[in-house]
Design a protein around this ligand. Sequence first.
Ligand code: SF4
Length: 508
Amino acid sequence: MAGTSATTPRLSKSRVQSGRQCHKRLWLELHRRDAAQWSEAAQAVLDAGTQFGELARELLGGGVLIEADHLHVDDALAETAAALALPRRQAPRLFEAAFSHRGVRVRVDALERGRRGDTLVEVKSTASVKDEHLWDCAIQTWVARGAGRAIAKVVLAHVDTAFVYQTPGDYRGLLHRVDITAEVEARLPEIPRLVAELKRVAAGPMPAIATGAHCAQPYDCPFFEHCRAAEPPGPEYPVDLLPHAVGVIARLLAAGYTDLRKVPTSALPPGRLQRIARVTRTGRAHVSPKLPRLLAAIAYPRYYLDFETVSFVVPRWPGTRPFQPVPFQFSCHVEQRPGELAHADFLDLSGASPLRAFAECLLATLGTHGPVLVWNRGFEAAPLRDLAALFPDLADALLGVAERLLDLLPLYRAHYYHRDMRGSWSIKRVLPTVAPELAYDELAIGDGNAAQAGYLEAIDAATPPQRRAALHAELSAYCRRDTEAMLRLMTPPAPRRAPRAAGASPPA
Ligand code: SF4
């Protein structure tokens, strides 16, 4: 059984946010921090936020940085008090100012001192203001005012996605300041009650809360594996695997259905959801006879193409924007005539902008005619348009390629489903149901996140040459597998029967 703490732990801004998401998350952060597991993707987001925050200090105009870290809170409070005791002209802006009020401690990204009060600036490496940011700022404002500061204005400084990096080292314009004072003021009356409630949670026993949709909203909870391990296993095919069906799932759960195989067809809207439920229940894959006909009708020469991209909050190469998917690698299988195959690829691990060489190599590979087969067209179309805007001399050819894109995903979505796809038509879900021998789990790099991480490691100047060569081979194998997969999926399976499943029945 979970124990309780002898003294009430102090709250911080991030702990209050955790408590708003889930009382159990707050409790675990305070009492079982060892049980947290941060994914590589979550860590990458945190690292990007840290990098953006450091750059933002320059973009905001410089100031006095309170150096003491989160492990030395009393030092940070003393440093802040000393800086604020200076005349305003000597310390007009403080970074990481520390305040404490009624057991809640916060660090303010930037505190701008004005004649008629302070402006509290929160920096976020996101593309817009989100509801959780407003609560974040409300907590900070409540604490800073409680500690004696006259906060007159609250600003959220986020990433301006229209910013285009032009001159090396010049990031002016990357920050977009939004006045959120009114939204924060509207939330302030809630804060004392929230803080009192979370203090009770912190000092009490571990809350009994089951996992659910709240575990990923607004942030992925690092205790998910810990919580799931303590819960009984759910059905093999839960109703929440139904795609794009939030309302339907909520209705089914409210009616007591958790296992998709037990849901009667009549409880679902006609069309794709009914098909998914039927295939899941019977175990028999759905393959429309139209699918092989449509695939066979595609003309030659055929180009099977896949891009890998990377994106940065702070653009790395001139001509690119924040969050822009920048292509650094492609694989292309060329089928001139049925069965006559050649392969070409591109991968630049120099760390310099890969864009020009990527575009030229791509155009040389694809020629001027023949369908360019992709899986999920938008993933290739957007980089092609960006490249066309960046290189006017190649624009016509690149836009011509974009017009030749032929998306296999909608064909499969309309005409194929296997229950092991679990509601997803991503190529990594479809392929194992058609060609298990081509699975991705045998690869050292097996998904897009790992490919991005591998690329970033490879272009890091500190990476030894041997490791870079290994990453080159792993990235090449991964991207090639995507185009091999498309080639294989040109021959869809005949309908087949999977192991028997339980029939639909009312919820227990
Ligand atoms: S995994 Fe879900 S239930 Fe568990 S602490 Fe996190 S948010 Fe709460």
